[in-house]
Design a protein around this ligand. Sequence first.
Ligand SMILES: [Zn+2]
Length: 274
Amino acid sequence: MNDRPLTLMAVHAHPDDEVTSTGGVLAKYAAEGVTTIVVTCTDGRCGDGPGGVKPGQPGHDPEAVAVTRRHELEASCATLKVTHLETLGYHDSGMMGWPTNEAPGAFWAAPLDEAAGRLAALIEKYRPDVVLTYDENGGYGHPDHIQVHRVTMAAVALAPVDRVYMSALPQSAMREIGERMRELGIGLDEIESAEAQPMGWPDEKITTWVDVAPVLDQKFDALSAHASQGDGAFFIGLGRETFATVMGVETFVRVGADAGGSSVKEDDLLTGLR
Ligand SMILES: [Zn+2]
């Protein structure tokens, strides 16, 4: 039997992603004595600069943005009681089609075996029971998020783990968020475009629904640590009450759960491992 705490590793693209899709489960399982590890693959240098300036605009210094975001990531992980924070050392690749996609050091341009080797070394170091990643489309098509999926799947082929989950938003939740935004008179590009082509996964494909309501204050505070970024500020601007209604459940697809025709439905990432 296992004589060490269960260990959960969440692989993420940028500083702040650890909160939006897994902040609740990181805080919840840390409180239950699980060892938690966040691996952030890029430095987030293509994020917002001071005053919300975008890459390429005057006043946007990618190196300075990366330093700011590293501090924010550390504060966020401290709030979520993350046991170990690791980074893979790649540069943020920016949005799909930006010249930064192919810039030296960009995660999107990194050879798959090199990046997977770095992650596999961390998997061998920490021996997680469960690894969290994104789906093939990275949730919404950002190159670094797509690359996180590819690199994680290649890494677990090199260093196998018991269980892999992909963060996956159910279409019902996407619709509900869209409706609440409209009620509040807020337009959110990613949600609005969802009307033409639904984002997220069909609800019946979601295997794992984890209630993170008890740790929502920690999730809210962790996202608040990423104050330099407009995306986080948007959700913080909703206030704690509305935040709770859109962020209170974290959902995942368990990789391989379809094998053998068994349909998994669970409310815990550690079902059967404790
Ligand atoms: Zn991201």
